[in-house]
Design a protein around this ligand. Structure first.
Ligand SMILES: Cc1ncc(COP(=O)(O)O)c(C=O)c1O
Length: 444
């Protein structure tokens, strides 16, 4: 479901401003070649034309227009809303989609003919029929859930990114990066995508690649769980495993191997989530606005684990534009570069998907107001508590983020704190949720 504020759809201003714009629109319409028919068709048709115009403008401003083709409108006065049938032209020609368009709730003119009077509603929703055209259309709009048991004072809520169809928040950037490459001609039909990935980005890429007919080669460090590798293979990807304990510049590192394979493979495209602007952009365009809508702009603090920095940079930038006082907390595993005070503090750690040993271009450090460092032990204990107490089966980076978020939520009891849970515990059944592994690593 796409959700819009009334001001997105109708433009800023009160109901009077909207009425004036409608009158201007009607004048323009009547002056056009269309005008004659419209005049005779009467109020409903004018209103329909106006609603179509608003809908197109709104979809266009959100870059959704290319997904939606012709629109037709049906007035439903009884329900006080308008139904819009919109045929979907691209990327797949199937349709129609039906939107319930509460944009212009209509007060019918007194039948004597005072003229149309649209009025503003607090919230505007475009609700497509509940069928996704394909799996990538199911990416996003993940739920927010209050962590009321682990944090009874109630000001901590979690965004369950693991409920994305590929199982993590990385679905969003995978789609964004592939679509950017398609737009720029960097990826041709049947082409090969090569990416060094800790797994989740690989799954997102594999899912989109399977759907769109690309081949995926995922290059992974050997510290990643076997489940993650098997999962990638299940989508038809090829997995190349590299040693973890080597410098990024070492020819054996997974970064170097991915570079080499990209050079050697004809027609290969390397999205590079560490430098691709489509990574933070996906969160700027989707995750940030979702958080804003879901909390009705009432959120005060957002707590996010730092990996490529795409999530924190995109979400943080969007929310600060909407509300400059929003406080962004970046959570980092102990041993990672972001919170290390000296080079000696940069060490290996076991929390997967977060922390780095270099500074990625996708990470905009200015967005982060506060850092929290969390040990593997605290991250994993919190990950287990989440499933045992809240029934939320998240991965270790989610547990790490919640450990940081609990500190912040306790420090700021009057603030609404949102924490992002990037992936699912299913990736770590043989590790964090396995007592032997936990004991062997000194966590139990
Ligand atoms: C499990 C997991 N958690 C968190 C992150 C961090 O997100 P980001 O790369 O947007 O900083 C990633 C991605 O690297 C991840 O795979």
């Amino acid at each position: 479901m796409w959700s819009f504020q009334s001001s997105d759809l109708l433009g800023p201003g009160d109901a009077r401003g909207v009425t004036q714009r409608l009158e201007q629109f009607v004048d323009d319409l009547l002056g056009s070649s269309f005008g004659h028919g419209v005049r005779h068709a009467g109020f409903d048709v004018i209103l329909q034309q106006y609603a179509i115009h608003l809908l197109q403008r709104t979809l266009y401003s959100r870059d959704l227009f290319h997904h939606v083709g012709a629109v037709a409108l049906f007035l439903d006065p009884a329900d006080d809303c308008i139904e819009v049938a919109a045929s979907r032209l691209q990327p797949i020609q199937r349709g129609p989609l039906v939107f319930r368009f509460h944009a212009v709730s209509i007060a019918h003119p007194t039948r004597g003919g005072v003229g149309p009077r649209p009025f503003l509603r607090e919230r505007v929703t475009l609700r497509p029929m509940d069928i996704h055209e394909d799996i990538v259309a199911a990416i996003g709009n993940t739920p927010l859930v209050r962590l009321g048991r682990i944090h009874p004072s109630g000001n901590l809520v979690a965004k369950l990114e693991y409920l994305n169809p590929g199982g993590s928040t990385k679905d969003r950037i995978a789609l964004g990066m592939i679509e950017r490459a398609e737009r720029n001609g960097w990826l041709q039909p049947g082409g090969t995508i090569i990416e060094p990935t800790s797994g989740n980005t690989g799954v997102g890429l594999a899912m989109v690649a399977a759907l769109r007919g690309y081949k995926l080669v995922a290059v992974m460090a050997d510290k990643q769980s076997e489940e993650k590798r098997a999962l990638l293979r299940a989508y038809g990807a090829e997995v190349v495993v590299c040693p973890t304990d080597v410098e990024p510049e070492d020819p054996r590192s997974y970064y170097s191997v991915a570079d080499r394979l990209t050079r050697e493979t004809p027609g290969a495209y390397r999205p590079d989530q560490y430098s691709n602007p489509a990574n933070p952009e996906a969160h700027y365009r989707q995750t940030g606005p979702e958080l804003w809508e879901q909390t009705e702009g009432e959120l005060d603090v957002v707590v996010i684990g730092l990996g490529t920095g795409g999530s924190v940079s995109g979400i943080g930038r969007y929310l600060k534009e909407r509300k400059p006082g929003v406080w962004i907390v970046g959570v980092d595993p102990q041993g990672s570069i972001y919170t290390a005070e000296t080079e000696d503090d940069v060490t290996t750690y076991l929390t997967e998907g977060v922390g780095e040993d270099f500074w990625p271009e996708t990470y905009d450090i200015d967005v982060v107001d506060q850092f929290e460092m969390v040990t593997d032990a605290e991250a994993f204990a919190t990950t287990r508590r989440l499933s045992e107490v809240e029934g939320i089966f998240a991965g270790g980076s989610g547990g790490m983020a919640v450990a940081g978020a609990l500190r912040v939520a306790n420090e700021r009891p009057d603030d609404l704190v949102v924490v992002v849970l990037p992936d699912s515990g299913r990736n770590y059944v043989s590790k964090i949720f396995n007592d032997d592994w936990m004991r062997d690593n000194g966590f139990l």
